[in-house]
Design a protein around this ligand. Structure first.
Ligand code: PMT
Length: 349
């Protein structure tokens, strides 16, 4: 929820431009007489009007206002100008208005607004579009962080929320696949319909993947697996003693490499969480780990990678690199599944 254009923020990126570039549709519902007037005249003095003037996506407005305001020549003129510029309208309905008068000005029923919005976005962009092109596929997804115990109360972990992996599972289920979701500890609910296996450590995730690999036709490793764990876990809580504490770490199993080694006919996809030289490092991972595709994301960005609902991914394969714009994790998951299907088809042919 964005409520203020000018609130102080640590975010170095300009939010309205970022948003304007990433949206598929700007839907303004309800749209006031004031908002229409600003849009018609290019006034940009708050977040909404600034977003309107900086987006190239389709714009749909559903006006709602007093009957006289809707009928006023100024509003009529603003509506005419906006229509001429390609702005789409779901006109208000007649009925009792909030100002206790009767007439045209009441916000259209939500169903009419949503239907028009979906028409404008187009069926292929709808994330809930019932497509069953993954029917028969058995997709194994890893998600979330792992936790590597230091002592009975402390562990090494990372910022993964599980959102990207859960979005993968959800997108695959929506397209008819059978999904096994192997997840580290997260606080979000797994999608309904997925067979969910909860693990804590990299070793547990490794074993769960090994046990379920045989049955999978596609593997997508979204999990942020610890690369290192404490070489030994202390049985009692470490006490502080004023001295430097050195933790000895050992490398964990590389689950993606192991799955790729035994990939057979299945498609194996990994992720690369990078903070610098994103594509170069992803290419290295593609070669070292032997996956068909590496999904690279810059986890130092504030709107991508860990925790947030959006991601900006690059699909890195032997065919080249496809950079995708900022989008929801659900949409990104759809793009990854499309890529998985293309890999499958090209291997079959
Ligand atoms: O969960 P979210 O908050 O939504 O955040 C999403 C995400 C940032 C975790 C996700 O988009 C992502 O980038 N996942 C991969 C994180 C990671 O561990 O990247 P990596 O570059 O360290 O590892 C490369 C690949 O090897 C990954 O597919 C990883 O699952 C796998 N790996 C890593 C270490 C290991 N021991 N075994 C592995 O299989």
């Amino acid at each position: 929820v964005i409520t203020d254009m000018f609130a102080p923020t640590d975010d170095p990126e300009i939010k309205h431009i970022q948003l304007a570039e990433s949206i598929d549709l700007l839907l303004v519902a309800p749209a006031t007489a004031n908002a229409l007037a600003k849009f018609a005249n290019g006034i940009a003095d708050d977040f909404l009007s600034t977003l309107y003037i900086s987006t190239t996506s389709p714009v749909l407005v559903a006006p709602a206002m007093n009957v006289e305001m809707w009928a006023h020549p100024a509003t009529r003129e603003n509506v005419r100008r906006l229509r001429e510029r390609g702005v789409e309208f779901v006109d208000p309905e007649e009925g009792y208005l909030a100002c206790r008068t009767v007439g045209a000005g009441r916000l259209a029923e939500p169903e009419r607004i949503v239907n028009r919005a979906l028409e404008l976005v187009g069926p292929s962009e709808s994330i809930d579009e019932p497509r069953a092109d993954l029917t028969g596929e058995r997709v194994l997804v890893t998600a979330g962080p792992t936790q590597e115990a230091i002592d009975p109360v402390r562990f090494l972990s990372n910022r993964s929320s599980g959102k990207m992996g859960y979005a993968m599972a959800e997108a695959a289920l929506a397209r008819g696949a059978t999904v096994t979701l192997i997840t580290g500890p997260v606080s979000i609910d797994p999608p309904e319909g997925a067979r969910t296996i909860s693990v804590r450590t990299a070793a547990e995730m490794f074993k769960a993947v090994k046990d379920n690999l045989e049955d999978a036709t596609m593997v997508v490793m979204t999990a942020a697996v610890a690369d290192y764990r404490p070489a030994s876990t202390l049985q009692q809580k470490i006490k502080k003693n004023g001295k430097l504490l050195v933790l000895e770490l050992e490398q964990t199993e590389d689950i993606l490499s192991a799955a790729a080694r035994e990939r057979g006919s299945r498609v194996v996809i990994g992720f690369a969480a990078e903070t610098e030289n994103v594509i170069e490092n992803a290419r290295k991972k593609l070669n070292e780990k032997g996956a068909h595709l590496i999904v690279a994301n810059d986890v130092s960005a504030s709107d991508a990678g860990f925790e947030v609902d959006t991601n900006r991914i690059s699909l890195v394969s032997s065919e080249g690199v496809v950079d995708l714009p900022l989008m929801s994790k659900k949409k990104a998951a759809g793009q990854i599944l499309d890529a998985a299907m293309r890999i499958k088809q090209s291997r079959a042919s």
